[in-house]
Design a protein around this ligand. Structure first.
Ligand code: 2BA
Length: 107
């Protein structure tokens, strides 16, 4: 068994959630915050059989769009006022981690 941790843009979270559930995946959605942009995103926990992992990744990829978002001013500029990061960054589609599950218990 695997645990997929998927970080998804808030604007895509509803369609990712709906389509995972429709396809029979058990999903937990957690409100999260990106450390770089310091804006909200959604983290999904999906416990599933090994052979279903690629199916879940396909669904998440299909409903997660790439988009550009402005970099916050306090990250983009140093104290001298010089730009240190690009004014915009490309965010997404989704960032995924696939972990081995040692034990899955429901009591
Ligand atoms: P954020 O941390 O808010 O990052 C938003 C976007 O900013 C990233 O998009 C990336 O394009 C850029 N970025 C992040 N850290 C950067 C840095 N140190 N220098 C330059 N640019 C940087 P994505 O890569 O698509 O990531 C979207 C969200 O996924 C992230 O939001 C974060 O919440 C999560 N994430 C991505 N990679 C991660 C990782 N290795 N570990 C944990 N969370 C991750």
């Amino acid at each position: 068994m695997k645990l997929i941790v998927a970080i998804v843009n808030n604007d895509d979270a509803h369609s990712v959630n709906t389509n995972l559930s429709k396809s029979g995946f058990f999903v937990t959605k957690i409100a999260s915050t990106g450390g770089f942009l310091m804006s909200g995103n959604s983290t999904f926990l999906i416990g599933t059989q090994d052979e279903e992992v690629d199916h879940a990744i396909d669904i998440i990829g299909k409903y997660s769009r790439k988009r550009t978002q402005p970099t916050p001013v306090d990250i983009s500029y140093n104290s001298a006022g010089f730009g240190t990061f690009p004014a915009e960054v490309v965010v997404g589609g989704a960032t995924l981690f696939v972990l081995d599950v040692e034990k899955y218990v429901r009591v």
